[in-house]
Design a protein around this ligand. Structure first.
Ligand SMILES: C[S@@+](CC[C@H](N)C(=O)[O-])C[C@H]1O[C@@H](n2cnc3c(N)ncnc32)[C@H](O)[C@@H]1O
Length: 287
């Protein structure tokens, strides 16, 4: 426990150097993570932690995590935002492998997610929040879910990320307002998977990325379940007059707008435009 606390302070100290006071892109500031997780936080956390472990262990969608980590390193992303974090499995991977302490570039890893169930009947993840515990409102589950992720990944239990991790229990659009314009290196967009949702993501986050920064769209090839993602992203690429690049070109996934072109590839012609499954794991409803 003492070791965890020391690490926490060390990370906060470094945040002062790379992303804290005196840094021109300081917003939003570090908020201390919960020091304990009891009662509802613990019971919701049991469900969240079990599923996070499941994804990590390969019973889910973690197949793209190493490539995303490599991409963050390639573009030297100091400030990274993940819109839609679910169990926190990608966040955990990135906090363990892509932060400054791990030899990577990330000084700040921001999660923006309301953790509120029932947001899209077509998205199986939307139903997972109800399954966390019985007889609790979506709002109570959301609060406990966010607390648990902060406690587990920030406080020391699983990633000891300290101030490197900042959890914002907000929707994509309201969360974007917390950030100064041109202050973010990359936004990994994996929240509301509808056409309108992704359109709103683009409008909200495009001004927040620095010149040459990246907008990354997960689930781009998932046209059977979420055709709106590809439509919204393709429209934006056409509007900008650019070709999309991909972090996972083989699977045609994690489409990138902006960013260093040397860090992502154009999709090969044989790239799969897959349906509900892509890569080596399910993306949705595999809890
Ligand atoms: C597919 S999961 C994210 C998976 C995660 N990025 C990973 O790679 O492990 C989708 C998440 O988006 C969140 N979400 C839904 N609507 C959202 C919105 N409007 N803004 C931000 N997040 C949203 C859900 O709460 C859910 O946690």
């Amino acid at each position: 426990m003492r070791g965890a606390l020391v690490l926490l302070f060390a990370a906060c100290g470094l945040a002062g150097k790379h992303g804290g006071a005196g840094h021109k892109h300081q917003t939003p500031a570090c908020v201390e993570h919960p020091k304990e997780c009891t009662d509802l936080c613990a019971s919701v956390g049991k469900f969240v932690g079990m599923n996070r472990k499941g994804v990590q262990d390969g019973r889910g969608w973690s197949w793209y995590y190493p490539a995303v980590q490599k991409y963050a390193t390639c573009i030297r992303a100091e400030k990274w935002v993940e819109v839609g974090a679910a169990w926190g499995a990608l966040a955990k991977h990135m906090l363990q492998h892509a932060t400054i302490e791990a030899g990577g570039p990330i000084a700040e890893y921001h999660i923006v997610d309301p953790f509120l169930g029932g947001y899209d009947e077509k998205d199986p993840m939307s139903r997972m929040f109800r399954l966390a515990v019985a007889n609790q409102s979506y709002e109570s589950i959301s609060i406990a879910w966010a607390q648990n992720i902060g406690w587990a990944l920030g406080g020391g239990g699983e990633a000891a990320a300290g101030c490197r991790l900042r959890v914002h229990r907000e929707t994509s659009v309201s969360g974007a307002r917390l950030f100064a314009d041109k202050s973010v290196d990359a936004v990994f967009i994996d929240g509301l998977h509808t056409y309108e949702g992704v359109k709103e993501d683009i409008i909200a986050w495009a001004p927040k990325v620095r010149e040459g920064g990246s907008l990354i769209f997960n689930d781009y090839p998932n046209t059977v379940w979420f055709a709106g993602i590809q439509r919204a992203v393709d429209e934006e690429a056409a509007r900008r007059g650019v070709s999309l690049r991909f972090i996972n070109p083989k699977q045609h996934d994690n489409a990138v707008l902006g960013g260093d072109p040397n860090c992502a590839e154009l999709a090969p012609p044989q790239a799969k435009r897959q349906g509900k499954k892509h890569g080596h794991g399910k993306k949705h409803g595999d809890a």
